[in-house]
Every structure is written in structure tokens, then in C-alpha cells.
Design a protein around this ligand. Structure first.
Ligand code: HEM
Length: 441
């Protein structure tokens, strides 16, 4: 089985300890030949048991399966859209967070700064505004405590898959961080439970403030109609945890990679700035409607998503029945992990995949092109439900930052090579770096 796993996944950089013979690593998209993993997405749309536990039950969106998952994924998509995901009305929330980030950067007056904490708080504030109307101030100890723990965990390899290995859970030592994972998960959960209880106390059915209120409204309407529903407290906590964790770490980390690539390849920063100067100028702030004309910037974001490959392995899926994938029989209940990295760095798909080149997303007329093989958000029924929000955030943050600042490396670090390898765990995270931001306007 292990041989088959390696043959299929062709993983070059990510190593994941696998002790459970039921695991199968899949290259989910093979250029020009078979795409049957996702064409038969329903077969793999379940998650293995035990991914997300709230009060002893598997809850939330990312960790649930079957009808429970379908109902709540639909509820999440509809509610997030109602609160502006993928629509321009979300723009003002995003821009207001960017405004605070700009102030923090300006205060540094061009001195070297590591923006990681500030970026994570800004991005978290966007999903938190929609999910439960909460805002963290820059440097908020409570948020930074939660985030540092989560990031520490995400740097580790093997936790996602290790979760399924009952054997590991009973070991007295925490080799793959499973117990650590559970304690961090509980910490986030305790925080969100308080947020949820506050909402229950202040709920007003005529004024739905956010996702949490929309959830409570569903819960109350089921109670009123005497219907047994899945809109329970553990389910609410599971969904808020999913949105808070998945909606913050990935996008904030992508933004950190984007800034790092602009330092490493300054010509890309110059080209984005030239595009901003040509199409937007200095008087107006970039807006989402500019995405359709900012071809190089969009290509830069696509290449950042490909090259950084934030989530090398998607979350584990589970086969709902026996299935033949090429020559390989995948028995029912096998855990199937789509290896996104094997696609994003495949030399048969991308010419010189180890080179950072936004141009690969431009056609001969300089227009940005969509490429089906760009799958950082995965594919199929389990595709990331926040991808439109993530792309909106990345565009607005990058364009507004580059319009206002010129980013360079600190003078005293210019002779040291910049590390663009980072740490590859569950999430691919850059090693800490500093930059100088010179105000342009
Ligand atoms: C650059 C940013 C992001 C990347 C690269 C990313 C990537 C992913 C990936 C690879 C998956 C697993 C898909 C699978 O199992 O096959 C996923 C799932 C998910 N993401 Fe994202 N994500 C990003 C941003 C977001 C944001 C902003 C949100 C919040 C709205 C979000 C919410 C979720 C949720 C709830 C799931 C679970 C979906 C399900 O199981 O049905 N993500 N994401």
C-alpha cells in the first residue's frame, strides 16, 4: 500500500507519517488523462470519523459527513453570501481592516518590521465580523495566544492524518501532536462558547447581526415548530471554529508569502505598482471592480497560490463505497488524502514549476487566464467554501498595500539569502522575516 501511496501522490517535498494502512494519497488531477477522483466527487465527499469533536460529537462543516454536512455546508454558503461573501458589500469590511493595517505600518516609519501578527489579526477580524461581530485590536493578547498555538500546530506534519490512528491516541507520549491538537481545539472552543452564549443573551430576531445570530434563528424556529434539528450548540461551535480557523490562517499566510515573494522578486512588485498607477492612480483606493482589468496583479495572486501551496495535502476524505481509480481499488471506508502539492508542482502541467513566474497565468495579450490545474482550494464537493472571500481579500490587501508602500528588505539583511522554503506542515508557513515599508504618497 505504501508503494502505491507514493506512486500516486508523487509528493516531493511534503512527508507525512502514515501508520494506518487504510490511508491512500491521491494525486487528484492528472493533466489530460484521468480526472475521476473529482468527477466522482460524491464517492469521496465524506470525512473520516473523528476529525472534529465538540462535546464528544463530530460537528462543524469541515469534519462532518452525509446529510449533516450537506445541510450545514449549504447553510454556511447561504449565510456567508447573505453577509457579503463574494459580493462587493463585503468590500467595506475588508477595506476598514486594511485601513488599520496601513496605520500600523505607517507608524513604523520605514523601520524593519515583521508584519505576521498584524496581518493575522486583520484577516481574522474580517471573518470574525461576519461570524460573530467581534474585532480584535492590534496586539490583542487573547487572539495572539490562540493564533500562536494554532500556527505552532499547523507547522507540524501528520496531525491531520494521525488523528485517525487510534493507536497513536493511546500512546503515553504525544509523537504527532494529537493531544496537543485536542487541547488547542478545546481552547478555541472555550473562547467561541463564550461568544455564542453572549449572542444567545442578546439575540433579537428582528436584527440578525451575523452568522451566529442566523444560526440561533434556525435553532429557535426549529424549536417553535417542534422539529428535531441539527442546529444544536455543539454544531454552532463546530461551525464557528471552522470559520475562525480555516478563514484566518490560510489567507493570512498566503498574504505573508505574497509579500515575501515581492521582496525576493522585486520586479513583480514593480509590475503590480505600474498596473495600479496606470489603471487606478494614486487618488483612488483600488476596489474589487478593478480585478477585471488588473491582469498582472491577478496573475501574481494565482502564482502565489500555486507556488506557496499553502495546504500541501487537503483534509482527509473517506470513500463511501468501493471505487476503482485507474488500476487501484480503493475499498469503502479508506481514507483518501488529495495531494494538492503533487498537482501544483507537476512539471508536466507547469513549465519550470520551481520558478516563481506570474507570466504563466497571462496569455499572449497579457490577459490573466484561469487554469483548471490551479487547485490550492482543492476540488469537488468539498472544495474550500471560502475561496471567493480569500481571493477578494488577497486582491484588496495587496493592491492597497502596494499602492501606498514600497517594500524592501532591511539594509542589514540584504546580503543574507531570503528563505522562501518555509516550514511545510499541515499548512506551508514562511519562516519569520522583516521588511521595510516606505510610504509613497
Ligand atoms: C488562501 C486561502 C485558503 C486556502 C488556500 C484554503 C484551502 C482549503 C482547502 C485545501 C480545503 C480542504 C478541501 C478538501 O477537503 O478537499 C479547505 C476547506 C475549507 N475551507 Fe478553506 N482555504 C482558504 C480560505 C478559507 C476561508 C477564507 C474560509 C472561510 C470562509 C475557509 C473555509 C473553509 C471551510 C469551512 C472548509 C471545509 C469545507 C468542507 O469540508 O466542506 N477557507 N480550504
Amino acid at each position: 500500500m505504501y508503494k502505491r501511496q507514493t506512486e500516486l501522490s508523487q509528493s516531493r517535498l511534503t512527508t507525512v507519517p502514515v501508520l494506518d494502512p487504510q490511508y491512500c494519497f491521491i494525486k487528484p488531477f492528472v493533466a489530460h488523462t484521468e480526472r475521476n477522483f473529482y468527477e466522482n466527487g460524491e464517492v469521496f465527499s465524506d470525512r473520516p470519523a473523528g476529525l472534529r469533536f465538540i462535546d464528544g460529537e463530530s460537528r462543524g462543516i469541515a469534519g462532518t459527513s452525509g446529510e449533516l454536512w450537506k445541510i450545514h455546508r449549504k447553510f454556511a454558503m447561504t449565510t456567508l453570501r447573505n453577509f457579503g461573501m463574494g459580493k462587493t458589500c463585503m468590500e467595506s469590511t475588508i477595506k476598514s481592516e486594511i485601513g488599520c493595517l496601513l496605520e500600523t505600518i505607517k507608524m513604523e516609519r520605514g523601520q524593519p518590521i515583521d508584519l505576521a501578527d498584524t496581518i493575522h489579526i486583520s484577516i481574522a477580524n474580517i471573518i470574525c465580523a461576519v461570524a460573530f461581530s467581534k474585532r480584535f485590536e492590534d496586539g490583542d493578547g487573547e487572539f495572539l495566544g490562540l493564533w500562536k498555538n494554532i500556527e505552532d500546530l499547523l507547522k507540524r506534519k501528520g496531525v491531520t492524518v494521525g488523528l485517525r490512528s487510534k493507536f497513536l491516541e493511546f500512546l503515553p507520549i504525544d509523537i504527532f501532536g494529537i493531544k496537543h491538537f485536542q487541547s488547542i481545539f478545546k481552547q478555541t472552543n472555550d473562547y467561541l462558547r463564550e461568544v455564542y452564549e453572549e449572542h444567545v443573551q442578546t439575540f433579537d430576531g428582528d436584527r440578525i447581526r451575523d452568522y451566529t445570530d442566523a444560526f440561533i434563528q434556525e435553532q429557535k424556529s426549529a424549536e417553535l415548530n417542534g422539529v428535531v434539528s441539527d442546529f444544536t450548540v455543539p454544531q454552532a461551535l463546530g461551525e464557528l471554529t471552522d470559520l475562525f480557523q480555516a478563514g484566518t490562517e490560510t489567507t493570512a499566510t498566503t498574504l505573508r508569502w505574497a509579500l515575501l515573494y515581492m521582496l525576493k522578486y522585486p520586479e513583480t512588485q514593480d509590475k503590480i505598482r505600474a498596473e495600479i498607477d496606470e489603471f487606478i492612480g494614486s487618488g483612488n483606493a483600488p476596489s474589487l471592480k478593478d480585478r477585471s482589468i488588473m491582469h498582472y496583479t491577478e496573475a501574481f495572486i494565482s502564482e502565489t497560490l500555486r507556488f506557496a501551496c499553502i495546504v500541501p495535502m487537503a483534509a482527509p476524505h473517506c470513500a463511501t463505497r468501493d471505487f476503482k481509480l485507474g488500476d487501484l481499488l480503493i475499498p469503502k471506508a479508506s481514507i483518501v488524502v488529495p495531494n494538492l502539492e503533487s498537482v501544483l508542482s507537476d512539471p508536466e502541467i507547469w513549465e519550470n514549476p520551481d520558478q516563481f513566474s506570474p507570466e504563466r497565468f497571462l496569455d499572449e495579450n497579457g490577459r490573466c487566464i484561469q487554469r483548471d490545474e490551479l487547485i490550492p482550494f482543492s476540488l469537488g464537493p468539498r472544495v474550500c467554501l471560502g475561496q471567493s472571500l480569500a481571493r477578494m481579500e488577497l486582491f484588496l490587501f495587496l493592491t492597497i498595500l502596494v499602492q501606498q508602500f514600497i517594500f524592501t528588505r532591511p539594509d542589514d539583511e540584504k546580503d543574507t539569502p531570503l528563505d522562501i522554503v518555509g516550514v511545510r506542515g499541515i499548512v506551508h508557513i514562511p519562516t519569520p522575516y522583516r521588511l521595510c515599508a516606505k510610504h509613497r504618497l
